[in-house]
Structures are given as structure tokens and as C-alpha cells.
Design a protein around this ligand. Structure first.
Ligand SMILES: CCCCCCCCCC(=O)SCCNC(=O)CCNC(=O)[C@H](O)C(C)(C)COP(=O)(O)OP(=O)(O)OC[C@H]1O[C@@H](n2cnc3c(N)ncnc32)[C@H](O)[C@@H]1OP(=O)(O)O
Length: 224
């Protein structure tokens, strides 16, 4: 198991999971455009009355078509699985930032991401909770890529320097150590050469009941 990442990567793109519903992906893509546009509005400088009316019309059309959450949960764990719906890059999840992961030959995973205004914490910087969200998920993905799985039991995160918005960020993660059910996984965020965030997590092999599928359990991070 490598302890330190080198500077060069030869990423292998993880194949996109097939969409069972192209119109759902398209709707989410449009919602993400709206999310970024609305987060970028300045108060009182833009007339928005007509836009708010149209958004209300779209929501009025949509809401009656939405099934019970239990049905959605069941569908989420069928076919393409929950990875399409996850809150970190899932193409069916409107809150997900635009993260795409690449698996590397050395067993690590990497992602290039530029985060917009919707993800701001300190002025001009990424909210620390957003960094933590992406890192937690990314460590799970690194485990999966490295043939491990498990639920996050514990993780610690050091914010070494401010993480800028609106600039490409490089996320990296790799399995650092394994011992029985335990996997320790590391992750970093860099802006150019500058280290912004580093983290280490402990994952424990475990399984949880799958909603709507009484005879199934999921080992989190199994790519279901
Ligand atoms: C490609 C797809 C990628 C998908 C990625 C998805 C990533 C998403 C990751 C997540 O967000 S998971 C959600 C957040 N995590 C949770 O909700 C977990 C909630 N916690 C639990 O369910 C249980 O605590 C857990 C399964 C993690 C552990 O319970 P166990 O009953 O299996 O553990 P146990 O108490 O038997 O402890 C086993 C060992 O781990 C150690 N341990 C347990 N919890 C620990 C902890 N928090 N810190 C340090 N050590 C811990 C414990 O001391 C012990 O060490 P020893 O074997 O050496 O004695």
C-alpha cells in the first residue's frame, strides 16, 4: 500500500452509470444551472418577478408527479443503484456539486472540481462542510476502488489553507492502511500546488438494511 502519492496520475475514467431515465438527468442538469445562476444573483439589481412565477409553475407541475419517498428509496436501490442519486456528483441529485471521480492505476482516486457560489463558506472560499462532504464520499470511493468497503466510523480533517471558490481544485484519496474490518483512508484537496485540506478516515466493514428490499443488505461503498 503506498503511503504517499506521487505528483503524476494516469486517471482511468470510471464509466458513467447508465441512466434509466434521460429526462430525469436532464431535469437535474437544468436545476443545477438554476442553482448556480440563483446563487450568483445580487440583491435588488435584477428583476426576478417573472422568473419566480415560472419556477412556481414548474414546481406546481412537478409536485403532483412525485411518488412517495418510500417508492423513491426502493427505486434508488434497484438497477443503477444509489450512486446515481448520491449527494456528491450523483446525476440524479440536484444538490450535488459537479464532481467526477477517476480511478488511478496506483489504486488512488482523483477528481477535478470547480465549486461555485452556492458552496461558499468564508468570503470567496469553499465551506468547510462541503469539503468534508466531498472528502467523506471520496474516501468511500477510494475504498471501493481499492477493493475495500465500509461505513465511516471516524474521520479527522485539517484545513491547512483557504480553499478557493471558482478555481479548479484537485481532490485525491487513497487507502492508507487495512487491518481486518478496518480501513484507514487519506484524502487531500489542493488548489494548484497549495495544500488546502487533508483528512484521514476510519471505515469499518458493516452493512445496512436496504429500504424496500427486506432480504437485502448493502455494504456501504460496494458501488450498489
Ligand atoms: C463507489 C461508491 C462509493 C460510496 C461511498 C459512500 C461513502 C459514504 C460514507 C458514509 O457517509 S457512511 C455514513 C456515516 N457513517 C455512519 O452512519 C456509521 C454509523 N456507525 C455505525 O453504524 C457503527 O458505529 C459502525 C458500523 C461504524 C461500527 O459499529 P460496529 O458495532 O461494527 O463496531 P464495533 O463497536 O464492533 O468496533 C469495531 C472496532 O472498531 C473500533 N471503532 C468503532 N467505532 C470507532 C470510532 N468511531 N472510532 C475509532 N474506532 C472505532 C472499535 O474500537 C473496535 O476496535 P477493535 O476491534 O480494535 O476493538
Amino acid at each position: 500500500m503506498r503511503e504517499r502519492l506521487g505528483d503524476t496520475f494516469d486517471p482511468i475514467a470510471v464509466p458513467d452509470l447508465p441512466t434509466p431515465d434521460p429526462d430525469l438527468d436532464r431535469s437535474v442538469a437544468e436545476l443545477r444551472r438554476l442553482r448556480e445562476a440563483i446563487a450568483g444573483l445580487a440583491h435588488s439589481e435584477v428583476e426576478l418577478g417573472d422568473i419566480a412565477d415560472r419556477l412556481a409553475e414548474a414546481a406546481d407541475l412537478l409536485e403532483p408527479r412525485v411518488p412517495e419517498p418510500a417508492r423513491r428509496l426502493e427505486a434508488m436501490w434497484t438497477g443503477a443503484g444509489s450512486r446515481r442519486a448520491n449527494p456528491v456528483g450523483g446525476p440524479e441529485n440536484p444538490i450535488a456539486p459537479p464532481v467526477r471521480f477517476f480511478g488511478c492505476d496506483d489504486g488512488s482516486v482523483t477528481a477535478e472540481v470547480t465549486l461555485g457560489l452556492a458552496y461558499q463558506g468564508p468570503p470567496g472560499c469553499v465551506h468547510g462542510g462541503i469539503s468534508a462532504l466531498i472528502i467523506d464520499h471520496m474516501m468511500g470511493f477510494a475504498n471501493h476502488w481499492g477493493g475495500r468497503y465500509g461505513m465511516t466510523a471516524h474521520y479527522e480533517i485539517d484545513y491547512r489553507s483557504p480553499t478557493p471558490l471558482l478555481r479548479p481544485l484537485t481532490f485525491r484519496s487513497w487507502v492508507d492502511e487495512v487491518d481486518g474490518r478496518k480501513t484507514w483512508t487519506k484524502a487531500t484537496i489542493h488548489a494548484g500546488d497549495r495544500l488546502c485540506v487533508e483528512a484521514r478516515g476510519l471505515f469499518l466493514e458493516a452493512s445496512v438494511a436496504v429500504p424496500g428490499h427486506p432480504d437485502r443488505r448493502s455494504t456501504v461503498g460496494d458501488g450498489a
